[in-house]
Design a protein around this ligand. Structure first.
Ligand code: MG
Length: 352
């Protein structure tokens, strides 16, 4: 089966919402990535998570049936360390705010991790740790105010847990921004540094970023100038796609990871739309099936038709203000239901 992955030599995969949800693997991922590997493209797992080393992430993914080594995993501390090394020679002293693993990465790069501010500190690197408290932030504040370079592993404001959303690294970074009037350089998505580092490590000339979030994965892809595939197995929905700002628009959309290996399961947003017509009336998009379209009622055909409908809608929505989408006929109703787009989806929202 030929598919999208054949056109790319590295597939840079997000984890949560793309490969797994919490501790559950997402359907079709293992089989799809087997096919990707067999076709000669290299999957790389690119995660903002700053507290787990690549070997731990790789072991978890192998338990889900994936084939990989720790070299196929890139974490935000690795990308943050790459940013540090660009500016600071080996032996430079770096104040570490974060998990022990972050300090390990700093040391592995030939830098000297410390936990207290002193006159030798040239940089501060900050990643999530549940043990970070005021005293640690105070050390970082002293160093940053004294002019140290400041790198954040990521700026995710919240951390999803089984108790709900808790303060993420971005919240702790925000505290230091308030106290220093400085801004960190950021490694993790949506910054491009993670993608740049993944491309470097995989020696890729044709990378594809795959993820479930417009505001992290896809924005990072756009920022790095590479193609992005949005999958609807996590946070962002088809309705979100229609109101995405230019900095967050994916090249391709697919319901799930099968879009990498099945050409019917993926659509190029700006090249798709076959079989559909979209009219605009008073901020409302009206979707209609073109009469000559096939009547194949298989799930695979329905999914393909729905993705083309989404592409047709996006092509119009990305150039206008949208407050509602409605179906102009029965086939359009089926497609919109498959996409989870309701008639009142955009009422009251501020589209671009
Ligand atoms: Mg995700």
């Amino acid at each position: 089966m030929s598919g999208l992955a054949d056109n790319f030599d590295a597939i840079l995969l997000d984890l949560d919402g793309t490969v797994y949800l919490g501790h559950r693997p997402i359907p079709f991922v293992a089989d799809t990535l087997k096919t990707v590997l067999a076709s000669g493209s290299r999957p790389m797992y690119v995660t903002n998570n700053a507290s787990r080393p690549p070997a731990v992430v790789a072991a978890q993914l192998r338990e889900m049936g994936l084939t990989l080594t720790q070299d196929d995993v890139l974490t935000s501390p690795q990308a943050a360390t790459a940013l540090l090394v660009q500016r600071h020679p080996p032996g430079s002293v770096v104040l570490v705010v974060g998990a022990p693993y972050l300090a390990d990465e700093v040391a592995a790069a030939g830098l000297v991790p410390v936990r207290e501010a002193n006159a030798d500190v040239v940089a501060v690197v900050q990643g999530h740790s549940p043990d970070t408290g005021w005293a640690m932030l105070a050390e970082a504040c002293v160093a940053i105010r004294a002019g140290a370079d400041w790198v954040a592993a990521n700026v995710d404001t919240t951390l999803p847990t089984d108790r709900g959303l808790l303060p993420g690294n971005g919240a702790m970074v925000a505290a230091l921004m308030a106290a220093t009037d400085c801004h960190p350089r950021v490694a993790g998505k949506p910054a491009r540094a993670m993608i740049d580092e993944a491309i470097l490590r995989s020696a890729s000339v044709a990378p594809l970023v795959v993820g479930d979030r417009l505001d992290t994965d896809i924005e990072a892809a756009v920022s790095a100038g590479v193609a992005g595939l949005l999958v609807f197995t996590g946070v962002s929905s088809p309705a979100d796609l229609l109101t995405a700002s230019p900095a967050r628009r994916p090249t391709f959309v697919s319901f799930d990871m099968r879009g990498l290996v099945d050409s019917h399961a993926v659509v190029e947003v700006l090249g798709g739309g076959a079989g559909w017509q979209v009219d605009e009336h008073d901020d409302t998009l009206i979707l209609r099936a073109v009469a000559s379209a096939g009547a194949d009622s298989s799930d695979r055909a329905q999914d393909n038709a729905a993705l083309h409908a989404l592409a047709a809608l996006a092509q119009v929505a990305w150039n206008t203000r949208v407050s509602a989408v409605t179906a102009g006929d029965e086939r359009a109703s089926v497609a919109l239901a498959r996409l989870g787009i309701g008639a009142d989806q955009f009422t009251g929202s501020a589209a671009p």
